[in-house]
Write a protein that binds this ligand. Structure first.
Ligand SMILES: NC(=O)C1=CN([C@@H]2O[C@H](COP(=O)(O)OP(=O)(O)OC[C@H]3O[C@@H](n4cnc5c(N)ncnc54)[C@H](OP(=O)(O)O)[C@@H]3O)[C@@H](O)[C@H]2O)C=CC1
Ligand SMILES: N[C@@H](CC(=O)OP(=O)(O)O)C(=O)O
Length: 339
């Protein structure tokens, strides 16, 4: 059983290595790939050092490929990887909207992964974090409308996003003028309501991904959803304020109780004790923190909640590895562990 990471040197790739170290996925070999400029680099994994190779143009001799090198690489190379016999779990948005490509969050729709034809898409990070909290409420009470406002960390834009925040903050504190290359404006001490490209309807692509992908994962095209996606000057973990109109009314206590039983969720909700979700506490955590659960003042019987989830983990690396674990547990991976 051979696993490959394509994009091993990136923000998500780095987390894939860490998640695989403690994963239940059984494998004999881990291969690391990135761009030619990283070839020869050594990365630590489980007490060893693995050498990064330049990503080849064609097939990769692996059973599972965790692709994390961006949409254009996935689009160009994933068909060859599948033709070579690998199952591709793709972190990019390249295949998410193709009808025969499952879009999977294992706690929510793991069984969809079993229907793959070689490629399984990992959702957009903001969407993955939201659906972990919203899916149990949708099943129990039927979500009719969902309004999301996000507070997204700079690492959502990859390693370069992290560096732009750190370097810009140093420059600003030294009295200089921070530069913006990754983001539309300097990010230190700012918030920017612009993530990904603006669409004809005035929403950004990041905002529309939340609409398209939540519907696909929950299997409900009738869901009315809108989102405002905002970049904030934090390093990692995306937070979201979510308003839900429900078919059947729910009280905050009922929702809290339900979410306490939900996989992948940590209810962190005791305002009197100043307990609520935050990047400070949710970073490097596998569970998505959910709190500030209260009755909506706008939708009778509806709910208002706040979530914080490490988007490099549940929004990317962790979710991808969980999909592989799910497939292996179901006997749906070709590779066999030797010995
Ligand atoms: N950051 C996040 O929160 C999330 C990211 N994603 C998606 O995951 C993917 C990776 O994102 P992220 O880790 O943030 O990005 P980074 O920019 O941090 O990393 C990109 C990775 O891709 C590699 N790469 C770049 N060009 C090539 C090439 N020509 N051939 C092979 N490898 C190449 C880089 O290698 P090198 O170091 O050699 O340049 C690096 O390993 C993207 O599709 C992104 O949309 C999904 C969910 C969340
Ligand atoms: N949503 C990420 C960007 C990203 O990687 O998204 P996607 O995987 O949908 O391209 C952000 O915070 O910027």
């Amino acid at each position: 059983m051979r696993v490959a990471i394509v994009g091993a040197t990136g923000a998500v790739g780095h987390e894939l290595l860490r998640v695989l170290e403690s994963s239940t996925l059984k494998f004999d070999e881990l291969q690391l790939y990135a761009s030619p400029r990283s070839a020869g680099l050594k990365l630590p994994f489980a007490g060893q050092e693995l050498t990064v190779r330049a990503t080849p143009e064609g097939a990769i001799d692996a059973d599972v490929i965790l692709a994390s090198a961006g949409g254009s690489i996935s689009k160009a190379l994933a068909p060859a990887w599948v033709a070579g016999g690998a199952v591709v779990i793709d972190n990019s948005s390249a295949f998410r909207y193709e009808p025969d490509v499952p879009l999977v969050v294992p706690e929510v729709n793991g069984e969809a992964a079993l229907k793959h034809k070689g490629i399984i898409a990992n959702p957009n990070c903001t969407t993955a974090i939201a659906v972990v909290a919203v899916a149990p409420l949708h099943r129990a009470y039927g979500v009719k409308r969902m309004i999301v406002s996000t507070y997204q960390a700079t690492s959502g834009a990859g390693q370069k996003g992290i560096e732009e925040l750190l370097e810009g903050t140093r420059v600003e504190l030294a009295g200089g003028q921070p530069q913006a290359q990754v983001f539309a404006y300097p990010i230190p001490f700012n918030v920017i309501p612009h993530i990904d490209a603006f669409q004809d309807n005035g929403y950004t692509k990041e905002e529309m991904k939340v609409v398209w992908e939540t519907r696909k994962i929950l299997g409900d095209d009738s869901l009315k959803i809108e989102c405002t996606a905002v970049r904030i000057p934090t390093l990692r973990t995306h937070s979201e304020a979510i308003t839900l109109e429900l078919e059947r009314p729910a009280t905050p206590d009922e929702a809290r109780e339900l979410l306490r039983q939900a996989p992948g969720v940590e209810v962190r909700d005791d305002p009197a004790a100043r307990l609520y979700p935050m990047p400070l506490t949710a970073t490097r955590k596998y569970d998505v923190e959910v709190g500030r659960i209260r009755a909506s003042l706008v939708f009778d019987g509806g709910l208002e909640l706040f979530v914080a989830g490490d988007q490099l983990l549940k929004g990317a690396a962790l979710n991808a590895v969980q999909i592989a674990e799910y497939l292996q547990a179901k006997g749906a991976l070709r590779g066999r562990v030797s010995g």
